[in-house]
Design a protein around this ligand. Structure first.
Ligand SMILES: *Cc1c(COP(=O)(O)O)cnc(C)c1O
Length: 352
């Protein structure tokens, strides 16, 4: 089933084999991989990391209650986006579907791989244009559909029925990127709602909710066949030992991430309330993530004023439908206090 969706030449392609795949005994003498036998930093850093990230996948499995066989780990979820395109899309033939405005890397990795992008822009209320998407899918050349939920940079959740309707109409792979889902108020991963659709892939990252952006750990929940082909063909040592260990530590202590989440959401709501009172703000978009998108009278002016005061935000004005918008990531209370001070100064000069 999944095999028929793969790029033809990958069906029989064997990946790189590590000798340790064959012989895995606890106290073995490892003379197979030309590593240095001396461990200068300690902790086994002289050795290549586990290519299959078994311990980390076990930890992810118990955290999310997803079977081990359905989990694969990558060097940030960005690597997984690239790998999924390379596994399923034949350059010059298959296409990737996105819904602008959305996360920029789907397009970058598609074009990098010489795979064309079909863009079905969101409707003016930033909802998915389900009918247009289904209509376009009928042309038969779309191999992967990428949907971000909650969306970045809008911060909004799409109704799960809209996503599943597109996924079910799509004979190819539908990737639902849940990078921010853990911040959403009442969000159950769509993994549990996919029913018998084996072509749905859920993408997750340790970079946002789990506070590990420096570690570069992403992962997917997918059909066993997709996990197997990914494990067979990916670069064997793509996630370092320290990164795997960091991710295990964070996942085994859910109380601290939950506490941080409460603080972030509190600050998000405080920022939204503040922004809504400012005369140069046109609208604040509702957010289920750890950032807020705001439409202002002059985004370039506000962006540079904030920059002058050492506050860096993201000007999204060049994105489709996002003229004069700024995306603000939620920071610590002190950082948000400072931001609000500068916003107040800006309000004074706007009114004077
Ligand atoms: C930040 C982000 C990612 C990137 O995650 P990494 O795991 O750091 O590569 C993926 N998708 C979306 C929608 C993001 O906003």
């Amino acid at each position: 089933m999944i095999e028929s969706l793969l790029r033809k030449h990958l069906i029989s392609l064997k990946g790189y084999k590590c000798a340790r795949d064959e012989a895995d005994c606890a106290d073995a003498i490892y003379l197979d991989a030309n590593e240095n036998c001396y461990d200068h930093l300690g902790g086994g850093k002289n050795r290549y990391p586990d290519p299959k990230a078994v311990r980390l996948r076990e930890e992810i499995s118990s955290y999310f209650s997803v079977p081990f066989e359905n989990i694969a780990v990558s060097n940030g979820s960005d690597e997984m986006i690239d790998m999924l395109i390379r596994l399923f899309c034949t350059p010059g033939e298959d296409k990737v579907m996105i819904f602008s405005p959305t996360y920029g890397e789907y397009k970058v990795f598609s074009l990098f791989n010489a795979v064309d992008v079909v863009d079905i822009p969101l409707k003016p209320d930033f909802s998915l244009d389900v009918e247009r998407a289904k209509e376009r899918i009928k042309m038969g050349d779309v191999k992967i559909v990428f949907i971000t939920n909650p969306n970045n940079p809008t911060g909004m959740l799409f109704p799960k029925d809209d996503i599943l309707e597109i996924a079910d109409a799509n004979p190819g792979i539908t990737v639902i990127d849940e990078a921010y889902a853990e911040f959403a108020a009442s969000y159950g991963s769509l993994w549990n709602q996919r029913k018998d659709n084996r072509r749905i892939v859920i993408l997750k990252t340790m970079s946002k909710f789990f506070s590990l952006a420096s570690s570069r750990v992403g992962f997917m929940f997918a059909d066993e066949e997709i996990v197997d082909v990914y494990l067979r063909l990916k670069a064997p040592y793509n996630v370092s030992l320290s990164d795997q260990e960091d991710a295990i530590r964070v996942l085994s202590d859910p109380s601290s991430t939950e506490r941080d989440k409460d603080m972030i959401i509190k600050e998000r709501e405080r920022l939204i309330a503040k922004l809504e009172k400012l005369s140069f703000v046109i609208s604040v978009f509702p957010s289920e993530a750890n950032f807020v998108l705001v439409k202002v009278k002059d985004a370039y002016n506000l962006y540079s004023k904030l920059l002058e005061k050492g506050i860096i935000v993201r000007n999204r004005s060049k994105d489709y439908m996002l003229e004069n918008t700024i995306r603000i990531t939620i920071g610590k209370k002190e950082e948000m206090d400072r931001l609000m001070e500068v916003l107040d100064e800006e309000e004074k000069s706007a009114l004077s």
